[in-house]
Design a protein around this ligand. Structure first.
Ligand SMILES: Nc1ncnc2c1ncn2[C@@H]1O[C@H](COP(=O)(O)OP(=O)(O)O)[C@@H](O)[C@H]1O
Ligand SMILES: [Mg+2]
Length: 258
């Protein structure tokens, strides 16, 4: 039984230049405490798929079920619980924080919204979660632009974790960071997944990142032109891809660790 499941998802965008089919009958189920990497070149539909699954983009056809219920029909308490349980971290951390609020203020907004703590307990909670992502608590008095991209991406992870989510979508979260920081953030993501027993869906166009995150036994889902063209265990997909496109993708990749 999946906690979150997209069935036959179809998404079409109309623009001045015509129509784009961003998702073409895609189905994907996410189990408890699972890690999945969605791999594909830019424009293949990864972000659309993750937004649809996270309840942020209603598909033209198909449905998304959270514990068996259609997420686009959830109301009241059930909707709130879904919003809390499924978190989304975007590529650009500077756009996911209000530039006029300190980190502490941003965290407090979430804490009060979900009544997670009050008064002095708020500060304790903020410090606890900053430490969890290896940030120094005094950082909370700074504004987003005073932090580096890596620090701010850690902070967005901490803010998501505050809500004790069951699923975290991480959409190209390291692609804006220097190569030296990428491994650190992916390591952090892996540790957090293990410690908190959550499902993490990492979305990336980078095979190196996909490989590093999935290790051997994680699941990789390969997307191409709005479709899932191959999926399976990381080592099988990397060593012996079946699909022609996946093959060419793997052949074009030079393993820097080899
Ligand atoms: N809001 C939108 N309006 C119009 N076209 C869009 C929109 N979002 C995505 N697309 C198009 O849908 C396709 C898939 O995009 P996206 O899901 O962002 O892919 P990826 O994340 O893999 O780069 C692309 O062709 C993109 O241009
Ligand atoms: Mg994208």
């Amino acid at each position: 039984m999946y906690i979150l499941e997209g069935k036959d998802l179809f998404v079409k965008f109309r623009t001045r230049r015509g129509e784009t089919i961003a998702l073409d009958n895609v189905s994907l189920g996410i189990s408890d405490n699972e890690s999945i990497t969605v791999l594909g070149e830019s424009g293949s539909g990864k972000t659309t798929l993750s937004l649809v699954l996270a309840g942020a983009q209603k598909p033209n056809k198909g449905e998304v079920l959270y514990n068996g219920k259609n997420v686009y029909k959830l109301k009241g308490k059930e909707y709130k619980e879904f919003r809390r349980s499924v978190q989304y971290i975007m590529q650009n951390p500077y756009s996911s924080f209000n530039p006029f609020k300190t980190i502490s203020k941003s965290f407090r907004t979430v804490i009060s919204q979900y009544k997670l703590a009050r008064g002095e307990e708020m500060d304790k909670l903020i410090d606890e979660y900053l430490k969890m992502v290896n940030l120094d608590p005094p950082i909370k008095d700074k504004y987003p632009h005073q932090l580096s991209g890596g620090q701010l991406q850690r902070a967005s992870l901490a803010r998501a974790l505050l809500l004790k989510p069951k699923i975290i979508f991480a959409d190209e979260i390291v692609s804006m960071l220097d190569a030296s920081l990428r491994v650190e953030i992916i390591d952090l993501l892996k540790r957090i997944k293990e410690e908190n027993k959550i499902s993490v869906i990492l979305i990336t166009h980078d095979i190196g990142i996909a490989k590093y995150f999935s290790e051997d036994y994680g699941r990789i889902v390969v997307m191409y032109k709005g479709k899932i063209i191959e999926e399976g265990l990381a080592y099988e997909i990397i060593k012996s891809p079946k699909n022609e496109y996946t093959k060419s993708l793997m052949e074009s990749y030079l393993d820097p660790f080899r």
